[in-house]
Design a protein around this ligand. Structure first.
Ligand code: HEM
Length: 458
């Protein structure tokens, strides 16, 4: 391993704060603010002391490469994301060694093969049509609330399965909501603190386990095979032939559900809000694309037809550039590594540091994107798209070894929604474009996200 022979070098500068609490106060005020203050002074690599920990920030593509490429033995997620264990459950994802985890993710990869994705798109289209059929001829909606609701419906159909979607939907949604609300900023440092939110979380996790026990047992006894992610986890076998327990099947489902729920709801909302806010510039292209696709395929939508919608794709990608819902990605450093800044300075990040990189900050750097605060989907088009000029310029889905496994699923989901909406409605923004809400664990637009819609055929 080349890194093990690395000579000790200069550590990144430690940001000057009052001892002990300074770093923590800076950190709690919000990581984006902290980076905005520290970056001009210290550059692309600096360390923030928080309690007894050291968090080293790596800002921008040049110094972040190793973060994304490193093997789990060099930099791992387990320690920094372990606070999810009470939510996901024992024996899965961040509660197992990285080899077991890799096997578990292989199970999930099996459920995302292209024939399976094609089936999910069919379910997404059906859910979207049913959902928007209930809207009136005109009215106002909070886009984030509406799209979150639709995405929960779709996720329960594709991931949790028919039994849950058709007969246990409201019960399971309430329990998943309690699980979700059981993750508050305090949980990151103290996941088992005796607070009401955690008590509700633990109770909901138990009740979900009882429900899924029955559903899984039912499938095993009847021999029924369904085209959903639940089925893949039921059928999955480790290399040694053993399988997931019912509780671990549920744990995997919760992990996948949580990875895709808020992230997709938020990104589909920003896509809509930003496109509507720039309607004159953006809508003609989007509407023309829908018309062209309809001229070719009629009203039908499937995986391949969605894949033709490049204009919509770039709008989604640009929304994700400006407002990535995961604003900070973290790792624990086990093997020291060297970074070289754009100015040629070299630092060694020591073993034991937490390492952080930020999609939200990196995506707004002048060095990487032209006019970074302007919504310009066309920056991704053509011969030399702005994100392809350096490795890890676009990290809304992460990158490299632990890049998002649900990226295609997410694009398909969001494209299904917006192609339906573009074909059937006209939109106006009510009020100003909302600001991002940095208080949340997953960062979305602040409420209200009100839009006015009017039914029409394109
Ligand atoms: C990983 C973003 C949708 C499943 C990630 C990571 C990011 C991300 C940034 C990397 C985390 C890290 O490096 O620490 C997003 C966004 C989404 C989205 C912005 C929607 C717009 C989904 C969906 C699913 C999913 C729909 C599942 C159906 C996963 C999984 C991983 C992951 C399993 C872990 C991969 C690994 O650690 O090897 N996602 N995600 N994501 N995502 Fe997504």
């Amino acid at each position: 391993l080349s890194h093990s022979v690395l000579k000790p070098g200069k550590s990144p500068p430690v940001i000057g704060t009052t001892p002990v609490f300074g770093g923590m106060l800076e950190f709690l005020k919000g990581p984006i603010g902290l980076m905005a203050r520290a970056y001009p002074k210290y550059g692309e690599a600096f360390t923030v002391p928080v309690f007894h920990k050291r968090i080293t920030f790596l800002i921008g593509p040049k110094v972040s490469e190793h973060f994304f490429k490193a093997r789990d033995q060099e930099m791992s997620q387990k320690e920094v994301y372990e606070f999810n264990v009470p939510t996901f459950g024992k024996g899965v994802v961040f509660d197992v060694d990285h080899i077991t985890r890799a096997e578990q993710f292989r199970f999930f990869a099996n459920s995302l093969k292209s024939d399976r994705l094609r089936q999910y798109v069919g379910m997404m289209v059906k859910e979207a049509e049913d959902y928007f059929a209930k809207w009136g001829d005109e009215g106002e909606v909070d886009l984030l609330d509406a799209l979150s609701e639709l995405i929960v419906l779709t996720a329960s159909r594709c991931l949790l399965g028919r039994e849950i979607r058709e007969t246990l939907f409201s019960e399971v949604t309430t329990l998943v909501h309690d699980l979700d609300k059981g993750m508050v900023p305090l949980s990151v440092f103290f996941p088992y603190a005796p607070i009401e939110a955690h008590r509700k979380r633990d109770k909901a996790r138990k009740e979900l386990a009882a429900i899924f026990d029955k559903v899984i047992q039912g499938r095993r006894e009847s021999g029924a095979v369904e085209p959903d992610v639940l089925q893949t986890f039921i059928d999955a076998r480790y290399k040694d032939g053993s399988r997931l327990s019912n509780d671990q099947v549920l744990g995997m489902l919760i992990a996948v559900l949580f990875a895709g729920q808020h992230t997709s709801s938020i990104t589909s909302t920003w896509t809509g809000l930003l496109s509507i806010a720039n309607k004159e510039r953006i809508f003609p292209n989007l509407e023309k694309e829908q018309k062209d696709v309809m001229a070719k395929h009629g009203d039908k939508i499937d995986f391949d037809i969605l894949a033709e919608m490049d204009e919509l794709h770039f709008c989604i990608k640009e929304a994700l550039r400006m407002h990535p819902p995961l604003i900070m990605l973290l790792r624990q450093c086990h093997v020291p590594f060297e970074v070289e800044t754009t100015k040629g300075k070299k630092f060694v990040v020591p073993k034991g540091h937490i390492v952080a990189t930020s999609p939200a900050f990196a995506h707004r750097m002048d060095e990487v994107y032209s006019e970074p605060n302007v919504y310009k989907p066309e920056r991704f088009k053509g011969e030399s798209p702005e994100d392809k000029r350096a490795y890890a310029s676009f990290i809304g889905f992460g990158s490299g070894r632990h890049g998002c496994m649900g990226e295609t699923f997410a694009y398909m989901q969001i494209k299904t929604i917006w192609s339906h909406l573009l074909r059937n409605f006209d939109f106006e923004l009510v009020g100003k474009l909302p600001e991002p809400d940095y208080e949340g664990m997953v960062v979305g637009p602040k409420h209200p996200c009100t839009v006015r819609y009017k039914r029409r055929k394109l």
